[in-house]
Design a protein around this ligand. Structure first.
Ligand SMILES: Cc1ncc(COP(=O)(O)O)c(C=O)c1O
Length: 374
């Protein structure tokens, strides 16, 4: 049977919202206010209200959002930033670009999130910030991270690109991922939980002073037009993307619920399977499942399941195949055994709000059949 299942069904999402999106895009074209049109400010305000954060500064992509955050902090050259090695490259890239130094730490094997118990050991007199990544859709242990940061007087920058809408609630910390530290960032890359039709990103903060700096840096360092106060960059969310995001934002809650329902079906169907582990929850966070990532028992198991799925028309992805400390560009001679092991064992299955029940049943049955025949 010629099944071809998309990893993320962006076309189906467009078709669901087509009339509103088409109208919003045409409005932008009719106005010709392609840069800094009113839709940009509207979207920033609506997202700030949704996340209950004081400032949202939109920008060109999630990597720029991280760059803007670190540029605003203006840390001395060589300052150390504690961050997980099992992650996407953007944070390490920005840290090195700004002549800072990432101090990679290991992750928790069950949640894939930075292991909060290792953070304090990594602190030196040069440490200036902790940058957790809310990987795959859930918020890292911010209760502990914020407590350590306070004790050592460190900044906390949350990379929330994969967890927009995830909520954290512990005895002393509560709120949306990305709004709990000094600065949070996100990406609107099309496959993200809130994705635009190109590149986009945003920075979040409750700090008025940082917000002002970030906004200035994102606009060539200008406070007023043609008055360049600091060295900046050009990083803007264009009006077309803001208009599309403005249509999608009111649906974010229902997108999240659909992802959670799909994850629940996977979990239930794999309950009695002991060949792999399903994703485990971080105790105080909701999970918005940007990824549904299995943890296999060996590289051979992972690679053979991936190949079997592929033969049956089911895409799967390895997020991530190489830990950052082993990448040529960011190489550090350190040993982070869990991160290294996970790169050999993880496999992410298709998940998105538009994953049909029929397609999900086919994926589940194919996986169960693979193990029956093993
Ligand atoms: C965790 C994480 N951080 C940062 C980024 C960078 O976002 P962008 O691709 O919009 O630059 C991504 C994008 O994949 C990501 O997953």
């Amino acid at each position: 049977m010629p099944h071809t299942i998309p990893l993320v069904n962006l076309q189906a999402q467009y078709h669901r919202l087509k009339s509103d999106i088409d109208k919003a895009v045409i409005e932008v074209m009719e106005s010709a206010a392609y840069i800094q049109g009113s839709q940009v400010k509207n979207f920033e305000n609506n997202l700030a209200q949704f996340l209950n954060v004081k400032h949202v500064i939109s920008c060109a992509n999630g990597t720029d959002a991280l760059q803007l955050a670190f540029m605003a902090l203006n840390l001395p050259e060589g300052s150390e930033v504690i961050t997980p090695s099992f992650s996407y490259a953007a944070l390490a890239e920005v840290i090195y670009l700004l002549k800072l130094k990432p101090i990679f730490v290991d992750i928790n094997e069950s949640t894939f999130l930075i292991d909060e118990n290792l953070i304090e050991h990594a602190i030196t007199p040069n440490t200036k910030a902790i940058a957790p990544v809310h990987l795959f859709g859930q918020v890292a242990n911010m209760e502990v991270i914020l407590e350590i940061a306070k004790r050592y007087n460190l900044y906390v920058i949350e990379d929330n690109a994969q967890a927009i809408g995830a909520e954290y609630c512990s005895p002393s910390v509560s709120g949306f991922g990305g709004t709990l530290g000094h600065i949070g960032t996100t990406s609107f890359f099309p496959s993200k939980n809130l994705g635009c039709f190109g590149d986009g990103g945003a920075v979040f903060t409750n700090d008025d002073d940082l917000a002002m700096k970030i906004r200035m840096i994102a606009n060539h360092g200008q406070g007023e037009k043609y008055k360049h106060q600091v060295i900046g960059i050009n990083s803007r969310l264009d009006t077309m993307q803001a208009a599309i995001l403005g249509v999608k934002l009111p649906h974010l809650k229902s997108f999240t619920m659909a992802r959670q329902a799909a994850a629940h079906s996977y979990n239930q169907s794999f309950e009695s399977v002991d060949w792999f582990h399903v994703p485990q929850k971080e105790m105080n966070s909701t999970h918005v499942f940007n990824q549904y990532t299995l943890r296999l028992k060996s590289k051979e198991d992972r690679d053979s399941l991936k190949e079997f799925l592929n033969k049956n028309g089911i895409p799967s992805m390895i997020y991530y195949p190489i830990p950052l400390h082993k990448q040529q560009a960011y190489f550090q001679n350190v040993s982070l055994p869990i991160s290294e092991k996970m790169c050999d064992r993880v496999l992410s299955l298709p998940i998105c709000p538009e994953l049909s029940i029929e397609n999900q049943e086919y994926i589940i049955n194919t996986i169960l059949q693979f193990y029956k025949n093993k």
